[in-house]
Design a protein around this ligand. Structure first.
Ligand code: PLP
Length: 290
């Protein structure tokens, strides 16, 4: 496996970063997780736009123009001869003296890790997974905006520790007011009486690239969609629930805490959207090929 590190491809063992990198010292950095299907990076432009927004939000100057970052991502896939892949792009503040001032770090560190994509077990999609509402609250947007895809992940890791203790697949975090925000690594949707609901961006969430596509697909399918301030009690009363992210696409949730969601099986709206998502992936591959 060859890792992209600051303009060079190096073996995994040689992909080493300074202990003075502020990414290591302070969790000062941003990242994107992407998925390649048939050698094509799905929704690459959307990921790159979010990367730029994240960089701007933390006053980080990207080491390369955005189109060159795109080229490096594609090259990473090619040198590793990967078609179905997990791709992680990581840009940290870079090495510098100890201290919080970003000016101490003249050059950011850019890393791209690619590896073969391993599908989640089919039964997760066939039967759904369990989620649990955790006690750890999502960061307040005025403290560390969840809209920034930051490598600083302790908030989510604390939630993950609770999730594991609860024996659940994903932990659902509430915001500072007790509204449903998002999963530790996913966005959340629920359906009730034929209407699709998801937390409004004002809740304080990372607006997932997958969330955005699901919203567009739902509108295309003429499904009523509402972005709202979602209460946990509404989530418990949902007919259907699912979580989304780049790697899992649309994953049905059939249990929240001790309670079954709806009839305890993945529902028809979830199935329709997952099918539409897969079609969109195929359409994207065809466009790239033509
Ligand atoms: N919310 C959080 C906290 C995440 O970490 C992620 C993905 O890692 C998402 C939502 C979903 O984002 P995307 O659909 O862009 O993968």
């Amino acid at each position: 496996m060859l890792i992209y590190l600051d303009g060079h491809f190096v073996a995994k063992e040689q992909a080493l970063v300074s202990v003075f990198d502020h990414g290591f010292l302070y969790g000062d950095g941003i990242y994107e997780t992407m998925r390649a299907y048939g050698g094509t990076l799905f929704l690459l432009k959307k990921h790159l736009s979010r990367l730029k927004r994240s960089a701007d939000a933390i006053a980080l100057k990207l080491p390369l123009p955005i189109n060159k970052i795109g080229d490096a991502l594609i090259e990473s896939l090619n040198v590793n001869k990967l078609r179905e892949a997990y791709v992680r792009l990581h840009i940290s503040r870079g090495p510098g003296e100890i201290g919080l001032d970003p000016a101490l770090c003249p050059a950011p560190t850019m890393v791209i890790v690619t590896r073969p994509f391993h599908d989640y077990p089919a039964e997760y999609y066939e039967c759904g997974v369990a989620a649990a509402i955790v006690k750890t609250r999502r960061n307040h947007p005025l403290a560390l905006p969840p809209s920034v895809k930051a490598t600083n992940f302790l908030n989510n890791i604390l939630a993950k520790i609770e999730t594991i203790k609860a024996g659940a697949f994903e932990g659902i975090m509430l915001n500072w007011e007790g509204h449903v925000a998002e999963g530790t690594i996913s966005n959340i949707f629920m359906a009730k009486k034929g209407v699709l609901y998801t937390p409004h961006p004002d809740t304080g969430i990372l607006e997932g690239v997958t969330r955005d596509l699901v919203l567009r697909l739902a509108k295309k399918k003429k499904l009523p969609v509402k972005e709202i301030l979602l209460l946990p009690r509404s989530l418990y009363a949902a007919d259907e629930c699912f979580i989304t992210n780049t790697t899992m696409e649309i994953m049905p949730v059939t249990k929240i805490g001790k309670k079954a969601v709806g009839n305890g099986k993945p529902g028809p709206i979830t199935a329709t959207l997952l099918q539409a998502y897969k079609k969109e992936v195929l359409a994207c591959l065809k466009t790239q090929a033509s």
